[in-house]
Design a protein around this ligand. Sequence first.
Ligand code: IPE
Ligand code: IPE
Ligand code: MG
Length: 225
Amino acid sequence: MNLTHLAVIMDGNGRWAEKKGLPRIEGHRRGAQKAEEIIEWCAELGVKYVTLYTFSTENWKRPKDEVDFLFSLLVEMLNKKFSRMMEQGVRIRFCGLVERLPEQILTVCKKFEQKTKDNQKIQAILALNYGGRREIVDAINKAIQNGVREFDEIILREYLYLPDVPDPDLVIRTSGELRISNFLLWQIAYSELYFTEVLWPDFSKEDLLKAVKDFEKRHRRFGGL
Ligand code: IPE
Ligand code: IPE
Ligand code: MG
């Protein structure tokens, strides 16, 4: 299979909860469980990298209660699933303005990154406080501070958050929204896109297999013939 890197815009938690007459946070709770499941499914399929859009730089616009809940959920999930992830060979990494997160969250992220750093089966990359435009702007500024005066694509890539990670082959977005919402702008230049109406908490292994099957049928030309 040519699917090395899958990236997912996990959308629709709020609508899932609203449909069921539950508070939005219940949708996030289910969504977080789903995130853990998709990492396992990807590992089974032989995918080497899965990037999950967990919190965008724009998501700070949400009510403080919801934001606080999302971060506490992240910490809870990491703690709860730690031994399982070690067993499964999952390496956890983060991409985004992680350094700008509250101290307490940052410490937890660093801890899990460190503890899982030798796991080889799959890399699970959580895009946290992530914005694609911001990533590019920050890369340029860092490069300039480093004395770079002229850019090419190879140089710019070195200053992105995770330069060693190959570009996503496939991007899945759930919940029927047909947009990218500032996700991995540089890296998805030639990614295949897959949109589904399924709300993230309902996303099943069958839904993933359907997306993968669709991806396998695509003819990636990269501008060639
Ligand atoms: C995605 O679900 C999770 C995050 C953005 C953190 P949403 O919370 O955006 O769910 P909807 O789009 O309101 O249904
Ligand atoms: C994208 O979803 C961000 C994440 C999934 C973390 P949003 O729900 O924030 O995106 P918009 O607002 O519909 O574009
Ligand atoms: Mg949304």
